[in-house]
Design a protein around this ligand. Structure first.
Ligand code: URA
Length: 423
């Protein structure tokens, strides 16, 4: 077997068999396949998709590239949530401590920024001293003692996804249903969770711009998850505009803290509570998560999670050196604030990476001072751009060309939760 034959099979739209898949993932994980060949295969999958059995084999091979965590010793029911990624999606930072406050274990293995969307680990790393790297033993201890972790899948857990994820980011092969489904579900099987709630984003800021594609992705993942013995449901949620008011690493941590402290934007709270409700239902807990959020316990638990991973919230969050505002060009209602454009602006300011080795800026990002539905007057600020480097602003501002629309009448409210997919 050789890699050229595998690339050719997929490039020509044929199906990879189990042997080919196992061979490729084994060699890729061992570092024997050059990035350009893996990129060529990812691009072929992007264009030609995968059959159901092929995707199941691919997902299993990714799980087998490393160890599967055995969470039995934690002694708690385990449930996790994973999002397909969006702009301003800081839900995990609130949801993990919220659900762990019920005595459940939330073993969240997260990723770094992909394309214009932010990554949970990049956000958490803006907290002074916090580390995403935990050994398996540390993960189990933290789950037992505190109940929640947000961490990177270490080299032993699904190394295939770790490397492929980074490579897809820089080769524009992220928004592929089989690649997203296998990446997410293989990570969740490897982390050993019993139950999983998926937040499948749709809209201009999501990888799945069209609702129908989001439904297909959700169905693919729910089926893959259930077939591997993990209780899985998916909510499809809107990414037509930024979730909450901020996009950028430290900015999003700060907004998450606001929610944990009883404030924060309504849309962010609504999506977080809807996902929390699904997580509780999957673990047979009959409770109202808004009451738990209001109790302050999740805020304390977040602090414990952060300290257990070396972080110190008392040091405050870093702030950008330079700020610029974008003002309304007329008076009226904001009828559109394009999510993707804001995500690209935040990325160009430094919040995301262009190459997989690039560092991200903890402070760069965008604050939405007004959102769709808000009234605004000519000259009032709509967006505040944050950056460490004055030179990054021009290209960020360029990305925002046409992103803000203002109308004379108030726009219709669009729903945030669009569908639920389950078996
Ligand atoms: N999140 C993941 O974990 N993987 C993807 O491919 C996309 C979003």
């Amino acid at each position: 077997m050789d890699v050229i034959e595998i690339i050719q099979t997929k490039r020509d739209g044929r199906t990879l068999n189990k042997e080919q898949i196992d061979w490729f993932i084994n060699n890729f994980s061992a570092g024997h396949i050059p990035d350009e060949q893996t990129a060529a295969l990812a691009m072929s999958i992007y264009f030609n998709g995968m059959e159901t059995d092929e995707l199941t084999n691919w997902t299993k091979a990714m799980v087998s590239s490393g160890v599967t965590l055995d969470l039995n010793s934690v002694g708690k029911h385990t449930v996790d949530k994973h999002s397909t990624g969006g702009v301003g999606d800081k839900v995990s930072l609130i949801l993990v401590p919220l659900i762990a406050s019920y005595g459940l274990a939330v073993p969240q293995l997260s990723g770094r920024g992909l394309g214009h969307g932010g990554g949970t680990l990049d956000k958490m790393e803006s907290i002074s001293g916090w580390t995403a790297s935990l050994s398996e033993k540390e993960m189990l201890t933290q789950l037992r003692e505190i109940g929640g972790i947000i961490a990177a899948a270490n080299e032993n857990i699904n190394p295939a996804d770790r490397h492929l994820y980074a490579l897809r980011d820089v080769t524009h092969t992220v928004d592929s249903i089989p690649l997203i489904a296998s990446s997410i579900i293989s990570k969740k099987i490897a982390e050993g969770t019993d139950a999983l709630v998926l937040d499948v984003k749709t809209g201009s800021g999501a990888f799945m711009v069209e609702l129908e594609n989001a439904r297909e992705l959700a169905k693919t993942m729910v089926e893959l998850g259930e077939n591997s013995g993990m209780k899985t449901v998916a909510l499809i949620t809107s990414m037509e505009t930024v979730l909450g008011k901020t996009a950028g690493n430290a900015l999003e941590v700060s907004e998450s803290l606001e929610v944990l402290e009883g404030g924060g934007p309504e849309d962010l709270i609504e999506v977080t509570l809807a996902l929390a409700q699904e997580m509780l239902e999957l673990t047979n807990i009959d409770a109202d998560p808004s009451e738990m959020l209001a109790s302050g316990k999740p805020r304390e638990l977040f602090e414990k999670m952060v300290s257990a991973q070396g972080g110190d919230l008392s040091k405050g969050l870093p702030e950008a050196e330079f700020k610029k505002t974008i003002e309304a060009s007329e008076t009226g209602y904001i009828s559109k604030l394009d999510c993707r454009s804001v995500g690209i602006a935040a990325w160009r300011l430094g919040a995301g990476r262009a190459k997989k080795e690039d560092p991200v800026s903890p402070t760069a990002g965008v604050v939405c001072l007004a959102k769709p539905g808000d009234q605004i007057r000519t000259g009032e600020p709509v967006l505040e751009l944050h950056g460490d480097n004055n030179d990054s602003f021009d290209s960020a501002i360029e990305a925002l060309d046409g992103a803000i629309e203002i109308s004379e009448v108030a726009p219709n409210n669009y729903p945030l939760i669009l569908d639920k997919i389950f078996t």
